[in-house]
Design a protein around this ligand. Structure first.
Ligand code: DGJ
Length: 731
């Protein structure tokens, strides 16, 4: 988690650091992006607050005038708008940082010392604001990295001291924001297995609303850290001011949204301090994870397109690259397979026309064979009965079938019924004197232990060493942490933090050795996706629930935060819909299949094969294009989404019937967005089921203006419940 401090700072402002106690001049520090500004200010008493967050102003000097326009009741403390609130001094609200010094004193006051801003490249800047306590030898640097074109910022802090002993950090948030509006509307998410990303949107009331996780790992299972806050009124896709936020951290997190006595909103986000007071040695630097935010004054659609661009350009591993379509055997076989069966599936992979076969859970363990989920996890030798010739033979067989081969692992976990557990009981997270409690019959390995990190690294490294042609990893994580205790860890209250740091150590090592191999971030569904993890993974598994109707809703919500190139979507046998509907939905993300190909009816197979060819041609638009959510499944009978390339010359619209009541359908035309009003476009239905024909006349053309003003009716109805339309500009 340590970042090396970049050298070669360019000092942007005349710096000052007056003697302790003296009044200083006010320093206004705007962080400007193409459309927005986040403005910090050090006042005459050297308190650093946030004085503005909103649309960028032409004249930088006017930011300093903003505060004077608010006639709210007084700020009794003078630090209500603190950029990084402390405790034990004047702050009357939730702190970002709370400490106990070596002498037992609990007070902290962080005062402005200086700031620097550095242009990292033509799109990225880094602001550092140095703060110091005038009484204790304790300092914090606030960082704000901003991406000009995407309006995205990341904020984090470095905390250190040089006191004569250890200082305890009771709370150590990454950053705070301070917003002013007449009302605030929070959209947050909750869920469980197969019910990820269930939205709730409500007006924030006074006091603190906390969105958090204490699950340790698979931390987003009940609640992810992603959220959005609309200012003044609930933002729509195209209107209103909305802030998206997320913590880049794959463990316990905590986001506090505090509506204060003056009706201003303070947002504080960071690692959850639950059971985790952190003891900081003199000279040690604690770097908090980044808090990500994007602000839009043009509604939710613009915010998500900005975020998608940022994620693909700067964050997701190989975000601008390609992805592999695949056939997974999880739902086709579960644990019940052998070499011969898999050889047949490899032939099916080729027949279907996908790039890769993905062998799922159940291929390993001998003393306690992995024939169900209560044994074998942790014992990563191939199961000799199922695979007498090992993985190597399957990789070769895949090559003969001209497809690639990928494999499932869950290297952080262990079944008590395993040799690993017998040999290394002290590698397992558990309270030795208390009964074990299992989540999916398994326990979590202690990644705070370097020996365990080596083991986990080794699981994947050995697979690649033995099978250099291995082309894909599905990395699963099915348990939360109960009985958090790590046998080898000196300070148990560091466990939750060091678990995640240990995980990142392993992933960094793997990526140093295998920089590009695609890896899916899976957690028995979407329990783990965040932008820290996605630096190591090319894609994530949103949910084990692949019922396409459910996926329309879930992927809709995920799409606010994550681009489709990162979202794995498989055609399975979940749900009652025909194969066309299931495939049409999976095509909105990174397409895969998890079905028994040999059970498909002739026309169904033919449809899938043709759909894969269509996907091949459309995937650049789906993965890299701008996404416009046209009609929400929550409010309409027909859900509709458009992906459009940068040149606005090619796009694809996915339309689905999500209401099965009498005469439900696309009664009204659906207005497209983002097109060039002056261009003319043809619309052609694709993914037409063999033996049927489309009623849409692809020879007709319409102006962009018409399609965005009047709209187009895809004629979605019972019996025609999913319609995919390719849009092309006429030359
Ligand atoms: C949970 C995953 O989400 C599934 O796709 C599958 O890989 C199982 N684990 C295997 O145990």
């Amino acid at each position: 988690m340590k970042r090396t401090r970049a050298t070669g700072w360019i000092f942007s402002t005349a710096l000052f650091f007056l003697a302790q106690g003296a009044r200083a001049q006010t320093v206004t520090i705007p962080v400007e992006t193409r459309n927005n500004a986040l403005v910090f200010q050090a006042d005459a008493n050297r308190n650093v607050g946030i004085v503005y967050m909103g649309a960028r102003l032409q004249d930088k000097n006017e930011y300093a005038l903003a505060t004077g326009m608010y006639k709210q009741t007084s700020d009794y403390s003078g630090v209500a708008n603190a950029a990084y609130a402390t405790s034990g001094t004047r702050n009357l609200f939730e702190p970002a940082l709370s400490v106990t010094h070596v002498d037992g004193n609990n007070s902290l006051d962080l005062q402005y010392v200086r700031h620097e801003s550095k242009q990292l490249d033509n799109n990225t800047s880094l602001l550092s604001i140095y703060l110091k306590d005038p009484v204790y030898n304790f300092e914090v640097t606030l960082f704000c990295k901003s991406w000009f074109n995407e309006d995205v910022t990341e904020q984090w802090s470095e905390i250190k001291h040089n006191e004569k002993g250890k200082v305890t950090l009771h709370k150590y948030a990454s950053a705070g924001l301070y917003l002013k509006a007449s009302s605030y509307w929070l959209r947050q998410y909750h869920g469980d297995w197969a019910r990820e990303m269930q939205p709730e949107e409500a007006k924030l009331t006074h006091g603190i609303k906390t969105v958090d996780s204490k699950l340790g790992t698979r931390a987003n299972l009940f609640q992810p850290s992603v959220f959005m806050v609309s200012l003044d009124k609930p933002a729509t896709e195209d209107e209103g001011t909305v802030l998206y936020g997320a913590l880049e951290w794959s463990g316990n997190f905590r986001v506090d949204l505090e509506l204060d006595n003056r009706d201003n909103l303070r947002i504080m986000a960071g690692i959850n301090n639950y059971a985790s007071p952190y003891t900081l040695q003199p000279g040690e630097v604690f770097t908090t994870p980044a808090f990500l935010s994007v602000l839009s004054t043009k509604g939710k659609g613009a915010a998500s397109r900005q975020l998608h661009n940022w994620a693909r350009n700067y964050k997701i591993l190989d975000g601008k690259g390609t992805r592999l379509t695949l056939l997974n055997n999880w739902e086709a076989t579960y644990f019940d397979f052998n070499e011969n069966k898999l050889k047949e599936l490899l032939k099916d992979t080729r027949k279907l026309g996908v790039d890769l076969f993905l062998l799922d859970d159940g291929w390993f363990a001998n003393k306690y064979p992995r024939n169900n989920d209560n044994a074998g996890l942790g014992d990563w030798g191939e199961n000799k009965k199922k695979l007498p010739n090992g993985i190597a033979t399957l990789v070769q067989e895949a090559q003969q079938n001209q497809v690639k081969f990928g494999i499932w692992v869950e290297p952080e976990m262990v079944n008590p019924k395993s040799e690993l557990y017998e040999q290394h009981p002290d590698w397992v997270v558990k309270q030795v004197s208390r009964p074990e409690h299992y989540f999916r019959n398994q326990l979590v390995l202690d990644l705070s232990n370097p020996a365990v990190q080596d083991f986990v690294f080794g699981v994947v490294d050995n697979l690649f060493t033995k099978n250099p042609a291995l082309a894909y990893i599905k990395w699963d994580c099915n348990a939360v942490i109960y009985n958090a205790h790590a046998a080898k860890l000196g300070n148990q209250s560091h466990f939750y933090v060091q678990y995640v740091q240990g995980l990142y150590n392993v992933l960094k090592r793997l990526r140093a050795k295998y920089p590009t191999v695609p890896m899916m971030l899976c957690s028995g569904g979407g329990g783990r996706v965040d932008y820290a993890a996605l630096q190591y993974f090319t894609e994530f598994w949103p949910s084990d629930n692949t019922d396409p109707l459910e996926r329309i809703f879930m992927q809709w919500e995920y799409s606010y935060f994550y681009p489709s190139v990162s979202m794995s979507a498989h055609v399975t046998d979940w749900g009652k819909q025909p194969i066309k509907f299931r495939t049409d939905v999976a095509m909105m993300g990174k397409l895969g299949f998890d079905i028994v190909v040999s059970h498909l009816k002739e026309k169904d197979l033919q449809f899938c094969q043709e759909a894969l060819k269509t996907y091949e041609s459309l995937k650049p638009v789906i993965w890299q294009g701008d996404q416009y959510r046209l009609q929400s499944p929550a409010d309409h009978d027909v859900a509709s989404l458009l992906y459009l390339n940068e040149a606005r010359s090619r796009g694809v619209v996915f339309n689905y019937l999500v209401n099965n009541r009498y005469e439900a359908g696309s009664v009204l035309p659906i207005r497209l967005k983002g097109l060039d009003a002056k261009k003319r476009y043809t619309l052609k239905e694709v993914n037409v089921f063999p033996g049927t024909s489309s009623g849409i006349d692809s020879s007709k053309s319409y102006s962009g203006e018409f399609l965005m003003t009047v709209g187009f009716n895809p004629d979605v109805k019972q019996g025609r419940n999913s319609v995919v339309i390719e849009i092309k500009a006429v030359d």
